[in-house]
Design a protein around this ligand. Structure first.
Ligand code: NAD
Length: 291
């Protein structure tokens, strides 16, 4: 396929490289003028989109996505599929679908989980929203860039699934860190905590696969000085998107809001570049009810 790829950052560059490696003809554009192996460079987003079978965007936020959509929707060939893999607000995702439909294009919102490692290894999970026809057109590309693509529903459903998942992840990580901080103060060893909880009803991905305490459980960012992994600033972004969606939809999400506020405080204290599991360090050094 002829593919345009817009946004060649930490995630987009390896995703575009994997598509090129699989034999697709990929033309990329990034405002930072990035070079990616096997990917031809376009001078503008419109040029990257023009005449392609599929156009993929991997951008920082919804405002940038909307600006890029305004450029590429008129330039893209009718019937092409636009695939937005960025994590953005549900409202911006729906607006992108509307802009695509108005220009006679198919569109899928397809945010990912799996991080930079998954992007490089081609093992991402895509959470997709859009019509059956659009999902079917995009699926062969998901199969190159990832190991799983779930069609979650209509326009915006992929973003909805992503923020619900990450709200669970943020809150679960915090309470797992809280439990370790409490166990420390109760004189319980971290190894005993892991051995019991990872095989008891308190188990979770945060405990079992990504343990925030160094030296116990499988290797995780905690064992690498909390280098990300998944940075606290990105978790704050996702929890903020979840709260915006909850406010729009009138959904009660008190723990999601508290998780957002705790990551906001961690980022304000300079911890945004650390892995989100470094919440354990912050809680461990905090006095009771310090906020
Ligand atoms: P990044 O900042 O490394 O990359 C974004 C790229 O977009 C940059 O290279 C930037 O120059 C480019 N860009 C900005 N404005 C542009 C424009 N108008 N036209 C063309 N290019 C433009 O970010 P990333 O880590 O690659 O993340 C991309 C998206 O994926 C974000 O929405 C993020 O939330 C999501 N995401 C990231 C991770 C992760 O672990 N990094 C995991 C899951 C999802």
């Amino acid at each position: 396929m002829k593919i345009g790829f817009i946004g060649l950052g930490n995630m987009g560059a390896p995703m575009a490289a994997n598509l090129a490696k699989a034999g697709h003809e990929v033309t990329g554009f990034d405002v930072a003028s990035v070079t990616v192996e096997g990917v031809a460079k376009a001078a503008t987003a419109a040029e990257a989109a023009s005449g392609r079978d599929a156009v993929i965007t991997m951008l920082p936020n919804g405002a940038i996505l909307s600006a890029v959509m305004a450029e590429i929707a008129p330039a893209a060939r009718k019937g092409a599929v636009l695939i937005d893999c960025s994590t953005v607000d549900v409202a911006a995702a729906r607006a992108a679908h509307e802009a695509a439909a108005a220009a006679g294009l198919l569109s899928v919102d397809a945010p990912v989980s799996g991080g930079v490692g998954g992007a490089a290894a081609g093992t991402l999970t895509f959470m997709c929203g859009g019509s059956d026809e659009a999902f079917a057109a995009a699926k062969p590309l998901f199969e190159v860039m990832g190991q799983k693509a779930v069609h979650c529903g209509g326009p915006g459903a992929g973003q909805a699934a992503k923020i619900c998942n990450n709200m669970i992840l943020g809150a679960t990580m915090i309470v797992t860190c809280e439990a370790f901080a409490l166990a420390d103060k109760l004189g319980l060893s971290r190894q005993a905590m892991f051995d019991v909880v990872s095989t008891s009803s308190g188990y979770s991905w945060s405990m079992n696969a990504y343990c925030p305490a160094p030296g116990v459980g499988p290797k995780s960012p905690a064992d690498n000085d909390y280098k990300p992994g998944f940075a606290a600033s990105l978790m704050l972004k996702d929890l903020t998107l979840a709260q915006a969606a909850a406010a729009d939809a009138g959904a009660a999400t008190p723990l999601g809001e508290h998780a957002r506020a705790l990551y906001e405080a961690m980022v304000a204290e300079g911890g945004g570049g650390m892995d989100f599991s470094a919440m354990l360090k912050r809680l461990g050094s905090m006095e009771r009810n310090a906020g």
